[in-house]
Design a protein. Structure first.
Length: 326
């Protein structure tokens, strides 16, 4: 029995129409019709998906000499969720969308004080068209709006991947052949990931250079504030690159239980997330309190890079302690 006959027979045995099978495989009905008439054959990825849908081995589908149906092994005592190729692809696609959403939220958070810094500096210039009080009021309003929008984006971004919550733990298993497909896709993506990570690191290293040059050359206060704003924009751009590409790579690693999603690191990250939920609101409150009391918005921005470095040190310390305990 050839592949075409097996697909037709198994489809009818499950009571599926060509349209229903096509929907499960994310192909057209015409593709199913061509497969069943032997006008074309599915690629290896689709064969693996067909194997999962029909519950038969890939050997049975591919080898014409095997006439008797070979069902895949299934241990009824094994309660782990099986992740199919289509589910894995959906998770990767939605993960990329979520990454862009989160990156936008992070970008808005970082650039939120830019207008405040510029207006506060402009209000101190001779003949300024805006007073200090108005500048601070407008700037703080925009800052809070940006942060509110960011929080809304963070909350909304979680909705898309809610059906994949079972991947949060390690109690799942990729179906036969899926791991190889995911590894190939990850290897193909690593070039872009490396380029964007390198560009982000370069932006982080170079972002203080204009500010340093301006300070050394004795530039005016407003020029220095402009370069402070430029610094934040460069950091925000770097963060966007880190988050978008890092999220995609993280999706690959999560499916493969590799890298930061290995069982040991997952445990470490859960603790870091709990700490960050307290740490960053305290940083925001401290930044606003210091800024309002001192009124020196051109200096208080240093809270953000310092806070980031401290949080990085805390995360590293958590990882070091976990490793030693192992």
């Amino acid at each position: 029995m050839i592949l075409a006959d097996k697909i037709l027979s198994l489809r009818k045995k499950l009571g599926l129409s060509q349209e229903e099978l096509a929907e499960k495989l994310n192909v057209s009905r015409q593709s199913i019709s061509k497969w069943e008439s032997a006008a074309s054959i599915p690629d290896i990825n689709k064969i693996i998906e067909l194997s999962a849908i029909f519950g038969v081995s890939t050997d049975y589908l591919l080898k014409d000499e095997i006439e008797e149906v070979e069902y895949t092994d299934w241990d009824e005592t094994d309660k782990r969720v099986r992740v199919s190729v289509s589910e894995a692809n959906d998770f990767l696609r939605l993960g990329a969308v979520q990454g862009r959403q989160i990156a936008l939220g992070v970008l808005l958070c970082i650039i939120s004080p830019v207008l405040l810094i510029l207006l506060a500096g402009a209000s101190g210039l001779p003949g300024a068209l805006i007073g200090t009080g108005e500048a601070v009021g407008i700037g703080v309003t925009v800052l809070l709006v940006f942060i509110a929008v960011s929080v809304a984006i963070f909350i909304y971004s979680e909705a898309g991947l809610r059906r994949f919550e079972y991947l949060e733990n390690s109690d799942f298993e990729l179906e036969y052949g899926v791991a190889g497909i995911i590894k190939e896709k990850r290897d193909a993506y690593m070039g872009r990931y490396t380029f964007c990570t390198t560009a982000g690191v370069a932006l982080c290293i170079l972002c203080p250079v204009p500010l340093i040059v301006a300070a050394v050359s004795g530039a005016s206060e407003i020029v220095i504030l402009l370069f402070v704003a430029l610094l934040l924009i460069m950091v925000a751009s770097a963060a966007y690159l880190f988050v978008t590409t890092g999220t995609v790579k993280g999706s690959f690693d999560r499916l493969l239980k590799d890298g930061e999603y290995s069982p040991r690191v997952v445990e470490q990250n859960k603790l870091a997330e709990k700490i960050s939920g307290i740490y960053w609101p305290v940083v925001v409150a401290g930044y606003l309190l210091w800024s309002f009391i001192s009124g020196d918005w051109g200096i208080t921005w240093v809270v953000w890079p310092v806070a980031a470095l401290v949080f990085g040190a805390i995360s590293s310390a958590i990882g070091y302690n976990k490793k030693n305990k192992k």
